[in-house]
Design a protein around this ligand. Structure first.
Ligand code: ADP
Ligand code: MG
Length: 321
């Protein structure tokens, strides 16, 4: 007999909620609303993301991979704001109640909730084509959220981790890997993005702007530059952090192109006033300095000192915006 909505929530999500809740949750899953305590002096950072089968993921995705992707991409928005994760609501649209799928999805969701210290506090469950919406809520000290609009000419442009890996993983999924040596690494980078939660919070009070890289470095950096008053930037391509696995699999040029334009790495791109440069070695994630913010509103790329152009949607997008 198929599970009813109530049993489904009880069986698979109430437990995740209980295990992940802390004192900030006065009332979690089970009532008409959750009741929540916002700590004094903190602002609430809120963001929602939706994943739809066929648009954001392929039908053969594993439930664990889906939970990872959903959690990584949504919690990344909190990281980009410098917020500490607090609460999660989950809207699930399911074609059927598949007990095995629900068990695997909800346990992986629980694992990520623990890891990111975020409490599942409610949601909605309906029937229909597979789609998932996650709304995340986080705490950020009053007035200290890392916005897109604070960059100034002369600020240093930084990015965390490695860029382009996720695009490399997607390429392998869609067209097969030319060589399988690093397939596992690249697929993991695609399916399980790591939200840079600690880094985001470490940048509060120092970074002048921040964004997480969901559409590609050039495109997301363009958001910062535009929001900061139509500023520009000079980027050093050889300074881009790129994994040896990506270069080994696709070659240096392709890797650089994807580092600039490939989306869904969920690394942070932020600007630092030069006086805060000394902070970099103490940050919890490796960070590369890749360029500088300029007064004139152009984004220029340099490869070993020579000006260059790189074709690709991210760059085109910048010109259209
Ligand atoms: P209502 O009809 O009042 O909106 P629901 O029957 O949709 O309530 O949900 C009952 C309770 O279960 C609510 O507290 C809701 O937040 C929670 N809930 C529903 N679906 C989920 C889910 N997928 N994950 C977590 N909590 C859920
Ligand atoms: Mg409902």
């Amino acid at each position: 007999m198929p599970l009813g909505e109530f049993e489904l929530i009880q069986r698979y999500f109430a437990q995740v909620s209980e295990a992940s809740s802390d004192a900030s949750v006065a009332l979690g899953v089970g009532d008409d609303c959750a009741l929540l305590n916002l700590p004094e002096g903190q602002q609430l950072a809120v963001s929602i993301d939706t994943l739809v089968e066929g648009t954001h993921f392929l039908p053969d995705i594993q439930p664990e991979q889906l939970a990872d992707r959903l959690m990584g991409s949504t919690v990344s928005d909190l990281a980009a704001m410098g917020a500490r994760p607090a609460w999660l609501t989950l809207a699930l649209t399911l074609p059927q109640t598949d007990a095995d799928w629900l068990k695997r999805f909800s346990s992986q969701l629980g694992i990520r909730c623990q890891e990111y210290s975020i409490a599942l506090i409610g949601g909605d469950t309906t029937r229909g084509p597979l789609a998932l919406s996650a709304q995340v809520h986080g705490f950020v000290p009053q007035g200290k959220g890392l916005c897109r609009h604070g960059a100034k000419p002369g600020d240093i442009i930084c990015v965390s981790g490695n860029l382009g890996d996720s695009r490399g993983g997607l390429e392998g999924l869609l067209n097969g890997f030319a060589n399988e040596t690093h397939a596992e690494y690249l697929l993991k980078r695609f399916y399980s993005p790591v939200p840079r939660i600690g880094l985001g919070q470490s940048l509060v009070g120092s970074a002048s702007s921040c964004v997480d890289i969901s559409d590609g470095l050039l495109s997301d950096l363009a958001h910062i530059l535009k929001a900061s008053g139509n500023l520009g930037a000079r980027l050093q391509i050889e300074a881009l952090p790129i994994s040896s696995q990506l270069v080994d699999t696709y070659g240096e040029q392709q890797a650089q192109q994807w580092a600039l334009t490939g989306g869904e790495d969920f690394e942070l791109c932020f600007t630092l006033p030069p006086e805060h440069l000394a902070l970099i070695p103490s940050l919890p994630t490796s960070v590369a300095v890749i360029g500088k913010v300029t007064e004139e509103s152009e984004l220029s790329l340099f490869l070993r000192g020579e000006a260059c152009e790189i074709a690709g949607s991210g760059y085109d997008h910048f010109h259209q915006s």
